[in-house]
Design a protein around this ligand. Sequence first.
Ligand code: SD4
Length: 338
Amino acid sequence: MYNRRKFIQTTALSAAVVTLNKACITKNAITNKPIVISTWDFGVAANAEAWKILSTKGKALDAVENGVKVAEADVNNQSVGYGGLPDRDGIVTLDASIMDHLGNCGAVLALEQIKHPISVARLVMEKTPHIMLAGDGALQFAIEQGFKTENILTENSKKEWEKWLKTAKYEPVSNIENKLYDKAAPEKLPGNQYNHDTIGMLALDSQGNLAGACTTSGMAYKLHGRIGDSPIIGAGLYVDSEVGGATATGVGEEVVRNVGSFLVVELMRQGYSPEEACKEAIKRIVKKKMSSTKDLQVGFLALNKNGEYGAYAIQQGFTFAVCDSRKQDLIVKGKSHY
Ligand code: SD4
């Protein structure tokens, strides 16, 4: 895992990249493309895979699918794909969605036994007249499409769950950094501290097309059948080629309630910069929840069609990774409400 202390402060970004004025979606703006951004430190490895495609003039859609597959396959990542922490009943259920510049989209909800839900989501988009497939139906479709079923609950995640069963208390922790930032190595924390670290990825390719992908094992120890924001188009992910794209991480219920990613894109349409749009969306969540956001984490990440990006979270500690022709392994510490 990438060392979380290797943060590069937002302030270190060049002014040309982080645009804080509202008039960012102007016709004459210079477009920074190709570019790929994704949530959290593990986004660096995922971006690197996406960059192989983007840097050779490949499509944003292929880039985001292949990029997030890195996180899905990473056995040490206990919040995405293979190795993800299970639900209350010890079953790993995965949520994923994908969207392209034409508004095509596909999603799988509570998919079991499949290592790469994002690829199933893409096939839902490309091979069916539907957008979402859930549970058994999603699994049946995946098998029909040739996906291999396998046990995606690793020994490590099973042990964490067994430990959790002793108290069986469901307490979403806002994120590991909020309370324990700089105090303990993340790898020493108990698994239930990792309970929300979705990968959301947005890419702009050399043709100027945008795409996004979002994939997660959701909140650890959730009720069986619980669906988060990540596979809900408009909540965990949204792309509009006229404007830009957005993705979310954190407590999905709050993102769904506020149709978060759609909101961020619509704010960018009104002229907000990506960071300002994320900030405004976070402010709305905080306002509605009043004082009960102390332990709540939600983070938004956005990319506009000019290749400008930004993020904002409720709690400190939200990071995202950026990869473009200038820098391939940039980690940015997102700004936060608290
Ligand atoms: C969910 N939003 O299922 C996801 C979890 C997450 O960072 O984002 N973790 O609610």
